[in-house]
Design a protein around this ligand. Structure first.
Ligand code: SF4
Length: 144
């Protein structure tokens, strides 16, 4: 049995409303990064946690604190989600920090199957972020 934890990007979960459903579907179906586990090994999802946000001056320290939400529960592997793989400019720094801090835990890059190229994915995400949303400012200024 492989005990799996998933680290998601908080831009995707908090700002864009991703519930990790594609990652979890492919975990169940053993697609994408989950296809690499032996077929006779069961996959046990131990937890999902989002990154604490972009690191600013702290480097990986915030993430090392937060990842305890997975590492304290005997995970064998932490998967970085596809959105981290495709979008996060800090991914390599995080990967290195986690490998050093947790040499016995496999750090796996990716979760669900890649359905479009990373370039196309990035373009679509950029469009989502730059589409105009109404906010409290619009309400205050009577522009809602
Ligand atoms: S540091 Fe990376 S994973 Fe975390 S919110 Fe920023 S882009 Fe997403």
């Amino acid at each position: 049995m492989a005990r799996i934890g998933i680290l998601t990007c908080s831009n995707a979960t908090q700002d864009l409303g991703c519930s990790s459903s594609s990652c979890l579907a492919d975990l169940r179906k053993r697609k994408g990064a989950f296809s690499k586990y032996p077929q006779d090994e069961s996959l046990d999802l131990i937890g999902i946690i989002s990154c604490p946000g972009c690191p600013t001056l702290t480097g990986p320290d915030k993430l090392l604190q937060r990842i305890r939400g997975l590492t304290e529960f005997r995970v064998d592997a932490v998967h970085f989600t596809y959105c981290i793989k495709a979008l996060c400019p800090f991914r390599k720094m995080y990967e290195k920090a986690l490998k050093e801090a947790y040499p016995d835990i496999a750090i796996v890059i990716g979760t669900h199957q890649e359905r479009i190229t990373e370039q196309k994915y990035r373009e679509r995400i950029k469009k989502l972020f730059s589409s105009k949303k109404k906010t409290m400012v619009d309400l205050i200024l009577n522009k809602e």
